[in-house]
Write a protein that binds this ligand. Structure first.
Ligand code: SER
Length: 591
């Protein structure tokens, strides 16, 4: 079965059961500064799991591109990936355990669908603790569909509780499905410790909200959130030893062999790292992220530089990262059109980053060798030197040290870093904690300001202005838009004045749900028209007494927003620059 077939089968199965198909949300969350990347299919749906009404209804399904960076350094073994796709179906306060479990079983085992062998399935259920009771109900349901008792394990919170993402939010007990991939006959009893039992699907019963105080409150509604790993399931169905033998990796590994003249079987770890990291980087670049020293850009930098370093270890001397764009596009181009649309940008950035790193890589490595001679520890100062002068991400230094069995004084490094930093406090916190500032009122204000800015830019620079990207944190908004010429300072001043004028007018912000067609008819703008399918939310800013179409700004958007522009404060543009050919970027603050 191909990846395309698996995606389609999954979506068809759930569409036949009343689910609305959503397109994948971006890897870089649009309006959520609390996390770096979309790490699960449920992430873009959090407000709806919390009780907000979803315009497409209560049953949803999708294939979501995901990026998990906690385990970057584990990539290289058989199991870990940074980029992966997750097949998911959701009930937002609609069906619950019975349907979720029966459908999971049917999809996995029916010959019309995946046709996996019933005898090779096992499941785990939540064993209960002080927060939530033992999930006897799920176990009963599994038994009713035909899973024998010996293949049902009750496990603890570590295994069978999912979420929240970050500190707070929706979470709940889950039930996981495993498939026997061992050569021996399937054992009678399910032993979750045995690696031949591969987890393929997770049904979460999202019924709790974890609060700031660490309490678990019941949510307004009972939700189902399921996630099936595409790569892993594809490997299992096709009887392949790992995800790296699937069509989602074979062409990439082939490319490495071709360029390096080495064999995968001799250098599996290096090949897996290069393939995974470059694939992830290409997907991030397709969303116009650029390598940098902070936040998301720093993760992208780490991915590219780690891939480059392992490429050099395989003996690849020329620039090679950009050579993976073609094969990645061949695998994913049809499913994810943003890859083709941004091909030039992706290649350009990969070449640029590899170039930057290559200039210092061999010198840096020589210095590292020297430092590491007869030593047990690399000092903070030395590590900082490698970072500052040779562009080695800290994690790369730690990895080099691990390979030599020596330590890095990371606290010392942090101290040096703080001494030298010109970066803002948030930026460095984001860099090392791997997270951003918490979701706050400030971010919501920036979100509303972004709508005003978008409209004001169109007024001043013309209709050619279209949103190309937006990013918000607690300290500023960033807005990318199409525009063939550099705006003059007078034009920028005018934009700023209009936004401040609209703030002073204390305009109400109103949300209304409508069909996509209606939204287009009244002139609502929005990139994300297809995201929620037929029904969309439109945010109106302005007086609407004479009809919604008379509001100042009309934009299709998921929210959230302030209630009134008067809450925003004073708007100021702090920077305007080019991002690429025909795309400009504005950074602005609210004072
Ligand atoms: N949120 C769960 C997961 O990521 C199920 O979708 O595994």
């Amino acid at each position: 079965m191909t990846a395309d077939e698996l995606r389609e089968k999954y979506l068809n199965f759930f569409e036949e059961r009343g689910h609305h198909r959503l397109p994948s949300a971006p890897l870089i969350p649009e309006n959520d500064p609390t996390v770096l990347f979309t790490t699960a299919g449920m992430h873009p749906l959090i407000p709806f799991l919390m009780g907000e009404k979803h315009p497409a209804g209560q049953r949803l399904c999708d294939v979501q591109k995901c990026l998990r960076t906690d385990d970057i350094d584990e990539v290289g073994d058989m199991a870990h990936l940074t980029f992966f796709e997750m097949l998911g179906n959701w009930s937002l306060g609609d069906y619950f355990k019975k349907e979720a479990i029966e459908w999971s079983y049917e999809f996995l085992t029916s010959s019309q669908w995946l046709g996996l062998e019933k005898e090779k399935l096992a499941v785990s259920c939540f064993g209960g603790d002080e927060t939530a009771p033992k999930d006897e109900e799920s176990a009963q349901l599994w038994q009713s569909v035909g899973i024998p008792k010996e293949r049902i394990a009750f496990l603890g919170r570590k295994e069978n509780w999912w979420g929240p993402i970050g500190e707070t939010g929706p979470c709940g007990p889950d039930t996981e499905m495993f498939y026997w991939v061992g050569k021996d006959p399937t054992p009678k009893i399910f032993n979750p410790q045995d690696a031949n039992w591969v987890e393929i699907w997770n049904d979460v019963f999202m019924t709790y909200n974890r609060t700031k105080e660490g309490k678990y409150e019941l949510l307004k509604q009972k939700n189902v959130d399921t996630g099936m790993g595409l790569e892993r399931t594809l490997a299992v169905i096709n009887h392949l030893p790992s995800v790296f033998e699937t069509e989602l990796f074979v062409p990439l590994i082939g490319k490495i062999e071709e360029i390096s003249l080495k064999k995968y079987e001799d250098f599996p770890k290096e090949c897996r790292i290069i393939a995974d990291h470059l694939k992830a980087s290409i997907f991030l670049l397709a969303e116009h992220l650029e390598p940098s020293n902070v936040e998301r850009g720093y993760i992208l930098r780490r991915l590219i530089r780690r891939a480059v370093r392992f490429g050099r270890l395989l003996g690849i001397k020329d620039f090679f990262a950009f050579k993976f764009v073609e094969p990645v596009l061949k695998i994913y181009g049809e499913t994810y059109p943003e890859l083709n649309e941004n091909k030039d940008f992706i290649e350009e950035q990969l070449v640029r980053e590899e170039e930057k790193f290559s200039q210092t890589l061999s010198k840096g490595l020589a210095l590292f060798e020297k430092l590491a001679q007869n030593k047990k520890i690399i000092s903070g100062r030395e590590a900082f030197d490698l970072y500052q002068s040779y562009g080695f991400p800290l994690e790369l230094i730690k990895e080099l040290a691990r390979e030599k069995n020596i330590e890095v004084d990371t606290n010392g490094f942090q101290e040096e870093f703080k001494k030298h930093q010109e970066l803002s406090r948030t930026a460095s916190a984001g860099m090392f904690k791997g997270g951003l500032a918490s979701h706050s009122d400030k971010a919501i204000k920036y979100h509303t300001a972004t709508h005003l800015l978008h409209k004001a830019l169109q007024e001043v620079l013309g209709e050619e202005v279209k949103q190309k990207g937006s990013n918000i944190n607690e300290e500023r908004l960033r807005f990318d838009f199409s525009c063939s010429q550099k705006p003059t300072s007078e034009q920028l001043k005018k934009v700023e004045d209009i936004v401040n004028q609209k703030i002073q007018e204390n305009l109400p912000v109103i949300m209304k749900e409508m069909s996509l067609e209606e939204a287009k008819k009244i002139g609502a703008i929005g990139l994300f028209g297809e995201k929620y399918g037929e029904r969309v939310k439109v945010y109106f800013i302005g007086r609407t007494e004479n009809g919604l179409e008379n509001a100042y700004s009309k934009e299709i958007c998921g929210g959230p927003h302030v209630n009134n522009t008067g809450e925003l404060g004073h708007f100021k543009i702090i920077k305007e620059e080019a991002v690429s050919q025909g795309v400009r970027r504005i950074k602005a603050i609210l004072e």
